[in-house]
Design a protein around this ligand. Structure first.
Ligand code: GAL
Length: 647
């Protein structure tokens, strides 16, 4: 269940066999290679050097490792860019993004699609049937460094074609977007520009369509690679390594073409950089562990993206790219690995085998130091390998009791039209997630429209556009369902629904939102619920309904409405409020909840219960009396974990 990322091209050939032997000795099974190696494979246009990769794969395979081969399309070589500078992406300010790092291409570049097709085909033909190649990784971290959207001539051309295919008639587009406003009417698709350089904000419908288009460009670029790999490399899996929260393209859709969702887990860097926002106090407290929900959130998200999922890159020590790059607390590399396995990961693969003393990532730790000696992470990985060997196969994971409906388009909608600068979809989802995890509940992320049958509680932090399928899934779910603000507030083209929000949800919830307001920091209308005042800032709604509100704002307006098992929150709920509110619902549902001590988290995999201690203090795991421990004991040292059997 363990692997590593390795760059044979960085090291003398004489080292490879020794590296491979030590990987096996450490207990690793998978080794990912090749994803940035284009200029080594094709140093001159049409002139190939396969010998080194032949030998590397052979050496790794002979040692008993399974190779995951990356396609090198994240790094087109210099000669290719010089021949075809139109490959380069353009930023929203209109500046060309140059050569000299990585991901310097636009998904819409026609030449680049052809070049990518060419190199992937050659690789697939050469290694597709190689017995040591177990699977493929397409490209590397789509969207990293803000590369999903590009604003050059190639993008404009593709966008116009995309719009034409979607609307056929320009009148249909004008009507859908409401272009009668401000004289924005177009006479043909050829008149439409990209939405980035207008005087004041462009039409939000224009932006949303550009986001949708850009998302589909990533998916179709990936699909092109997948089709080639499937044709030439039967029986091998295909994955991509997604990133920490990067909602710029719809991962659910892209992953339909993959077998496995990989993702790259850097809990310290993510905490420092607010990949999911942390307070200054949390950043300090969890500087060496990462926020205790940071990795878990992503494990659960990517398990929702694809039931088979890997951690393709696991932080092994300090990284180089955050504002501050501390060393993980002793034991954290082991804890992170086990936590991923607890959440259902098939494989955890460390990034990277050895720290490379040159270029951009010279400060980035590996399992080994640049002087070829093992580094701290090496020994922690070794411990995991030994533990895994001792425990034998882990029980399969089963669905969590709680589903969180997550929607990439929701992120886009609130980015395009926040209406209040603190209304950030990511932050709202994070509040719901942390509240549920703090209650000790396991959470599955599901896309809108997914069947909700397996669940006992469903939360929808916000879903502005409710499709037929989503409505149907909600209607069929008999248990408690909680919607957050702005759910049902938009049509497909970003207008306010004719019957006002929550639009289609009015079938399930007899209410109408007649006004919304966003609130500056310090301006809050407390919500009185359960005998307590809960401060509610950021956002609130005015609701008309025949229903008697189950909670009110201080001015008497309704804040929470409930119809049968369906709840609507007409405000931005804080994590504290959600913990209390969702805790009460879970309790009524007979779901065992237990507010957890600081830094303690639980997760079940089959009948195993894991408790992780992210805090610097010893903790006691909430195992029942007489529980049978699979690993460790109820007394948890800092940065340690234990496993017991339920029932
Ligand atoms: C990832 C990337 C790797 C490496 C790593 C450093 O984003 O996929 O290539 O750059 O970060 O932490």
């Amino acid at each position: 269940m363990l692997g590593v990322c390795y760059y044979p091209e960085h090291w003398p050939r004489e080292r490879w066999a020794e590296d491979a032997r030590r990987m096996r000795e450490l207990g690793l099974t998978y080794v990912r290679i090749g994803e940035f190696a284009w200029s080594c494979l094709e140093p001159e246009p049409g002139l190939f050097d396969w010998a080194w990769l032949d030998e590397a794969i052979e050496t790794l395979g002979q040692a008993g490792l399974k190779v995951v081969l990356g396609t090198p399309t994240a790094t087109p070589p210099k000669w290719l860019i010089d021949r075809h500078p139109e490959i380069l992406a353009v930023d929203p300010m209109g500046r060309v993004r140059g050569f000299g790092s990585r991901r310097h291409y636009s998904f819409s570049s026609r030449v680049y699609r052809e070049e990518a097709r060419r190199i992937v085909t050659l690789l697939a033909q050469r290694y597709g049937q190689n017995p040591h190649v177990a699977g493929w990784q397409t490209d590397n971290e789509y969207g990293c460094h803000e590369t999903t959207r590009s604003y050059g001539p190639e993008d404009l051309r593709a966008f116009r074609l995309w719009l034409q295919a979607r609307y056929s008639q320009i009148e249909a587009l004008n009507k859908a977007w409401g272009n009668v406003f401000w004289s924005m009417t177009y006479r043909s698709f050829g008149e439409i520009d990209l939405p980035h350089q207008t005087v004041t904000e462009a039409n939000p419908a224009h932006w949303l369509e550009f986001y949708r288009f850009s998302s589909e460009q990533v998916a179709s670029f990936n699909r092109m690679q997948v089709e080639i790999l499937r044709a030439h490399s039967p029986g091998r899996f295909i994955l991509h390594n997604f990133m920490g929260y990067t909602p710029d393209f719809d991962h659910f859709k892209l992953a339909q073409d993959l077998d496995i969702a990989g993702w790259d887990s850097y809990p310290l860097g993510f905490t420092d950089m607010d990949v999911l926002p942390c307070t200054a106090e949390e950043k300090l407290r969890y500087a060496r562990t990462g926020h205790p929900d940071m990795a878990a959130f992503h494990h659960d998200l990517y398990r929702g993206v694809k039931p088979r999922w890997w951690v393709m890159e696991q932080q092994p020590g300090p990284v180089n790219w955050a504002h501050h790059n501390p060393s993980p607390a002793p034991g954290m590399v082991r804890l992170w690995t086990w936590e991923a396995l607890a959440h259902g990961a098939e494989v955890v693969s460390y990034f990277r085998w050895r720290q490379f003393p040159q270029a951009q990532e010279q400060f980035h730790a590996g399992l080994n130091r640049p002087d070829f000696q093992p580094d701290v992470g090496f020994f922690e990985a070794q411990q995991v390998a030994l533990e895994l060997q001792k425990l034998g196969p882990l029980p399969p994971s089963s669905p969590a009791p709680v589903a969180l409906v997550f929607d990439y388009e929701a992120d886009w909608v609130y980015r395009i039209q926040p209406q209040g600068r603190a209304f950030v979809y990511r932050d709202l989802v994070w509040n719901f997630y942390k509240a549920l995890r703090q209650l000790g509940l396991d959470v599955d992320f599901v896309p809108p429209g997914a069947g909700l049958e397996p669940y006992r509680l469903v939360v929808v932090p916000s879903l502005p556009m409710v499709s037929e399928a989503a409505l149907e899934a909600f209607r069929n779910f008999p248990g408690p369902l909680v919607w957050g603000p702005r759910s049902g507030s938009k049509t497909e083209f970003l207008s306010i629904p004719p019957t006002l929000p929550p639009g289609p949800l009015q079938d399930l919830l007899p209410l109408k939102v007649t006004r919304v307001e966003s609130l500056r920091p310090g301006l809050a209308e407390p919500v009185r619920w359960n005998g307590q005042d809960w401060p509610a800032g950021v956002w609130r709604e005015w609701v008309e309904s025949g229903l008697e509100p189950t909670a009110r704002f201080a001015d008497g307006r309704g804040a929470i409405f409930q119809h049968e098992q369906r709840h609507y929150l007409a405000f931005w709920p804080s994590q504290d409020f959600l913990q209390s509110y969702l805790g009460a619902i879970a309790h009524r549902q007979g779901l065992p909840t237990r507010p957890l001590a600081e830094g303690l988290r639980l997760r079940r995999r089959g009948d195993w219960v894991f408790a992780f201690n992210y805090s610097a203090q010893p903790q006691t795991a909430p195992a029942p009396q007489g529980a049978r421990f699979v690993l460790g004991s109820p007394t948890l040292a800092p940065y340690n974990f234990c496993i017991w059997k339920e029932g």
